[in-house]
Design a protein around this ligand. Structure first.
Ligand code: PMP
Length: 285
């Protein structure tokens, strides 16, 4: 079965779905994206992902290419055409195609929009969660507006590759004060020795992860102690547990940081419980 992508009004075989060399996404990474989990063929936390998409577009003054209702239909159709039951749907919107010039193109330039969907290897992901993942720390060299989910991801690409080069699955980005901001493609969490869950506060220096926000809802409902504050690499080394959150993987336990075992080196109980409970709290559309 050929994979299908939505591109500017058409559903095309992936091999025929091409953007222009003058697309501002290609030229300047002048665009934003979203990744939404698909489970049982349904979109998870779509409302929050679409709200974040709107915010990213507004911050960059990129026009919405279509109404929220039309967008919802495109996402579902993309999932359906690719026969995805468990996986992700990816959406990208750029400022559109225009003669190369740094400043915004003339008013009326139509934004470009692409959507793709793919299945997850569910068995592989569950195995990963059962084993836990290794992370390594790298300097956070990104720009100062990473709250915008822009497609300008070169520092994240380099960080992820640095992790792969050191046989790790994720990189944790460390700011100038030695504190972990977030992962290259996830939010970073620790459970301190006294059982508190800690994750970096929202602001311009992290992405407001949707999975992070759902996990915080769970913690509030269950009355678990948590703090939104930056934690240092040393605190992370000494943590009882660590884990990462992202839409494509929900909650994944971290079992080593820079080669040092976290806790007893096995996936933690808190991370495991959060992973098991996640979809009872997420919105299923
Ligand atoms: N931070 C970064 C840098 C990311 O790329 C992602 C994944 N898109 C996240 C955090 C997690 O966000 P979400 O839970 O919305 O997937």
């Amino acid at each position: 079965m050929s994979r299908i992508a939505y591109i500017n009004g058409r559903y095309l075989p992936r091999s025929a779905a091409k953007v222009s060399v003058e697309d501002r996404g290609f030229q300047f990474a002048d665009g934003v994206y979203e990744v939404c989990e698909v489970r049982g063929g349904r979109l998870i936390d779509e409302r929050r992902h679409m709200a974040r998409l709107d915010r990213s577009l507004n911050e960059l003054r990129i026009a919405r290419p279509m109404s929220p209702a039309a967008l919802a239909i495109v996402l579902r159709e993309t999932v359906r055409l690719n026969r995805v039951r468990d996986g992700i749907v990816y959406l990208q919107i750029t400022r559109g195609e225009a003669r190369r010039d740094f400043a915004f193109p003339p008013g009326g330039t139509t934004p470009s929009m692409v959507a793709m969907a793919r299945s997850t290897d569910v068995v592989g992901l569950e195995q990963l969660a059962a084993d836990g993942i290794a992370v390594v720390t790298v300097p956070d060299i990104r720009w100062s507006r990473v709250d915008i989910k822009s497609v300008a991801l070169l520092p994240n690409v380099l960080a992820k590759q640095a992790a792969r080069d050191r046989d790790a699955r994720e990189a944790w980005l460390v700011d100038a004060h030695g504190r972990v901001t977030e992962g290259a493609s996830s939010n970073a969490w620790i459970v301190s020795r006294d059982g508190k869950l800690i994750t970096h506060p929202l602001g311009r220096d992290i992405l407001a992860g949707i999975t992070r926000s759902v996990v915080i809802d769970v913690l509030k409902v269950q009355g678990l102690a948590f703090e939104e504050r930056a934690f240092s690499v040393e605190e992370a080394y000494a943590a009882r547990e660590a884990f990462v959150t992202s839409a494509s993987q929900t909650v994944l336990p971290v079992v080593s940081i820079d080669g040092r075992p976290v806790g007893n080196g096995a996936p933690g109980l808190v991370a495991g419980a959060l992973r098991r409970d996640y979809h009872r709290h997420a919105e299923i559309a």
